[in-house]
Design a binder for this molecule. Structure first.
Ligand code: AMP
Length: 449
């Protein structure tokens, strides 16, 4: 039986007399949350084309689409991305739900895809399994140009099989070709190897020893990073830290011969595939799950600075971190908004439908409006692209709309035409008009386009 609630009057309860309620001021206007934005029709013109281009390339290379839930258990990222990474420590959105699960909005998609691979027994499929996704991710970052709190990634993962350098190269090649075909200007691949767990352990020690000698000269963030996640000091952009970073030990000099051989082959394959790259000894990518090859593709902007459009790397131990069997993996994630911005800047006609051939259905009168509803369906079945605005009434307004839409032909349906089962085809340029039987309309229109 439910316990009866007793309200015990305490001193404090008495003291805290209910305040006079101040009227809650209603918000007068709303905006999208900070760092999150609307994707408008003009963005989707580009996005749709970008997605279809990415899908076309990825499917050619044998990738299939996957989508995972927007939320995952927090532990999934703690174990793989790493407890002491900014992503996990500072940037995750936790969900308050009614259940006891500790859910977060996904801050990245690789760990969820590996989770899904394991959960669905994909190791039983022919290996490697190649998957791609178009997913939204959430990071509580300080919003600025090119950095949102909600953004899209087009990602690809090659899972299972061998940890063969050829897959590293293929992943980089696919990303590079996509960026190249988008005509974004000067794009380049930056690449590095961070070795295996042991190489990294040794290197971290050297790095920490070196940075400890400079602890008074480095920024607060670096002082923290050197204790929690030492490799991250190599990401530091603070001016004062640069000379120290430049003279720091290099991870490539600290690789085992197996890691070196792997990296050498990746580079040889890249040369063979004609993919230009630059070695980036400071490129470490902050997530714990990476090993060996890490890479980014940048666009070099007019101001000379570089903007990362995508990043990726090998993660041969991620599945094991989740309690699974050894499953090599390599993947990449493209920052969609950054690519869309670069497209807008460098390739503004991208996604603009070329040689539009839509015709415009103009109706005059109530009867024609009614008939237009089924007529549009008949046109659709006949494979005609037809624009219309059935809410408009005046003939001139509809013809003006047809003009604006650059429709080459208008199909005019009035009361007389409805009775006679015919329609007028008007050439919008010359103004010439011809009446044809409705049943022949699709054929007659197609003839004229
Ligand atoms: P990451 O998952 O951090 O490797 O990021 C992969 C790509 O996503 C980056 O190269 C960026 O293009 C993009 N990206 C990362 N963080 C953000 C963000 N906060 N806002 C917009 N794009 C981002």
């Amino acid at each position: 039986m439910a316990k009866k609630k007793t309200t015990k009057k305490t001193k404090t309860a008495k003291a805290v007399a209910p305040r006079k309620s101040t009227p809650v001021r209603k918000k007068v206007s709303f905006q999208s949350p900070r760092g999150m934005h609307d994707l408008l029709p003009e963005d989707w013109r580009i996005l749709n084309k970008l997605y279809s281009k990415a899908a076309e390339i990825l499917e050619f290379y044998g990738f299939s689409r996957i989508e995972t839930p927007i939320a995952e258990e927090k532990e999934l990222f703690v174990r793989t991305v790493g407890e002491h990474t900014d992503l996990v420590e500072k940037e995750m959105y936790s969900l308050k739900s009614r259940g006891r699960e500790d859910l977060v909005l996904r801050p990245e998609v690789t760990a969820p895809v590996v989770r899904s691979y394991m959960e669905h027994g994909m190791h039983r499929l022919p290996q490697p399994v190649k998957l791609y996704y178009f997913s939204q991710v959430f990071r509580y970052e300080k919003p600025q140009a090119g950095r949102q709190r909600q953004f899209w990634q087009i990602g690809a993962e090659i899972l299972g099989g061998e940890s063969d350098p050829v897959y590293d190269t293929q992943m980089i090649l696919i990303c590079y070709k996509l960026m190249e075909e988008l005509k974004l200007g000067n794009v380049m691949v930056g690449i590095n190897s961070i070795g295996g767990t042991n190489d990294r352990q040794n290197y971290k020690k050297k790095l920490v020893d070196y940075y400890k000698k400079h602890s008074k000269e480095i920024c607060k963030d670096c002082q923290r990073r050197i204790k929690t996640n030492p490799l991250r000091v190599l990401d530091c952009k603070v001016k004062g830290c640069q000379p120290i970073k430049e003279n720091a030990p290099i991870i490539l000099d600290n690789l085992t011969s197996a890691s070196k051989a792997h990296f050498k082959q990746v580079l040889e394959f890249l040369e063979e595939a004609g993919v230009p790259y630059a070695l980036r000894p400071n490129l470490v990518r902050g997530l714990d799950y990476y090993n060996r090859t890490v890479f980014e593709i940048f666009v070099v902007r007019e101001e000379g600075d570089e903007l990362a459009l995508l990043g990726g790397g090998r993660y041969d131990y991620l599945a094991e971190q989740l309690g699974g069997r050894p499953t090599p993996g390599i993947g990449a994630a493209i920052g969609v908004e950054r690519v869309v911005n670069a497209i807008k800047e460098k390739n503004p006609d991208f996604g603009v439908p070329r040689g539009r051939k839509e015709v415009y259905l103009v109706h005059v009168g109530q009867l024609a409006k009614k008939r237009s509803l089924s007529l549009l369906e008949e046109f659709r079945a006949g494979g005609l692209k037809v624009l219309s605005n059935l809410g408009k009434t005046s003939l001139s307004a509809q013809l003006e709309a047809a003009n604006k839409a650059e429709a080459p032909l208008a199909l005019i349906l009035g009361q007389k035409e409805v009775f006679e089962e015919s329609i007028i085809i008007r050439d919008m340029k010359s103004g010439a008009q011809e009446t044809v039987p409705l049943e022949k309309a699709v054929r007659e229109v197609k003839k004229r386009l």
